[in-house]
Design a protein around this ligand. Structure first.
Ligand SMILES: Nc1nc(=O)c2c([nH]1)NC[C@@H]1CN(c3ccc(C(=O)N[C@@H](CCC(=O)O)C(=O)O)cc3)CN21
Ligand SMILES: O=c1ccn([C@H]2C[C@H](O)[C@@H](COP(=O)(O)O)O2)c(=O)[nH]1
Length: 289
């Protein structure tokens, strides 16, 4: 099996060589685009899919996933655990600024984790998808319905952004947990560097609190693009020689969903640490809002 970074660099080269330059309406930017890629990461031995051809800010990425799992809806909540990625979409996306549902500065609306923890049912009650999945995993019966989705077509008009990694589907086979994650839109230089480790973190933490062994992640990628102002930097990155894949450690003090919801801190080196992460220098890619 190819390492995560080999799969990543192959996709980057494919976009540079075969990508079609299109104009994206929402961001008003050119995007070199290809459709469909299937990545696979083996999480059983602790391997953590970080790119090494530039510095990956993995604590920021883990914090973002923890924010989704907690149902955060405000860029400041994400920032309070060390994730600074949501201010731009909360406060600079033109269509969201004009949206009457926006509750003010830093609000991201009924996006991502809000749908995960608080999907509205027709009676006005809440559906907590994460709680249901963890309960079902702990119950231990064969179950092919372990789907959590952030994509709620009925409330897309109430969110700063449609979820990009929109669905996570868990499966259990002989005590091993697998995850299939679906992503509709992929900013390959920026977003994907966060999304690859996020899927493995999600599998590892749910396996740990459900008493299962982590297996593989299957990451399904649809619209894969490099924004026009990122292309030259990416041509430099793909010339760099990848280094060894690091390992993620998660403290075994984290045992329950309640731990994850309350005291878990992605910035604490005694709760999460990465071993053997050597990387080339950081590259500052521009961000499209
Ligand atoms: N255009 C776009 N691309 C994305 O990847 C993206 C969005 N929008 N909107 C929603 C979230 C926010 N995400 C982000 C936002 C910023 C970085 C970013 O700036 N990363 C830098 C610096 C990280 C740091 O300093 O910790 C990086 O080098 O990875 C990454 C992912 C992913 N998503
Ligand atoms: O986790 C994420 C979140 C977002 N992205 C990227 C993919 C696109 O470049 C933008 C979203 O724009 P849309 O117009 O809504 O597709 O954000 C990502 O790669 N990963």
């Amino acid at each position: 099996m190819k390492t995560a970074e080999q799969q990543y660099l192959a996709l980057c080269r494919r976009i540079l060589e075969e990508g079609v330059l299109i104009k994206n309406q929402r961001t008003n930017k050119g995007c070199l685009t290809v459709i469909n890629a299937d990545f696979e990461y083996d999480a059983s031995g602790g391997g953590f899919p970080l790119v090494t051809t530039r510095k990956a800010f993995w604590r920021n990425a883990v914090a973002e996933m923890i924010g989704y799992l907690r149902g955060y809806d405000n860029a400041n909540q994400f920032a309070s655990i060390g994730c600074n990625t949501w201010f731009a979409n909360a406060n600079e996306t033109p269509a969201w600024l004009d949206n009457p549902h926006r509750k003010g500065k830093d609000d991201i609306g009924r996006a991502y984790g809000v749908q995960l923890r608080n999907w509205r049912n027709p009676e006005g009650g809440k559906v907590d998808q994460l709680h249901k999945v963890v309960d079902a995993l702990k119950a231990g019966y064969d179950n092919r319905r372990l789907i959590m989705t952030f994509h709620n077509p009925g409330e897309l008009d109430r969110a700063a952004l449609d979820a990009c990694m929109h669905t996570h589907h868990f499966s259990v086979l002989e005590g091993t947990l697998y995850l299939t994650s679906y992503q509709r839109s992929i900013d390959v230089p920026l977003g994907l560097v966060f999304n690859m480790p996020q899927t493995v973190f999600l599998l590892r933490i749910i396996a740990q609190i459900s008493g299962l062994k982590p297996g593989k992640v299957f990451h399904k990628l649809v619209n894969c693009h490099i924004y026009d102002n990122q292309i030259e930097l990416m041509r430099e990155q793909v010339e760099r020689v990848p280094l060894e894949q690091p390992t993620l450690h998660i403290s075994d003090r984290i045992k329950t969903l309640n731990d994850l919801e309350t005291w878990v801190d992605p910035q604490d080196p005694e709760q999460f640490w990465v071993e053997g992460y050597e990387h080339h220098p950081a590259i500052k890619y521009p961000f499209a809002c």
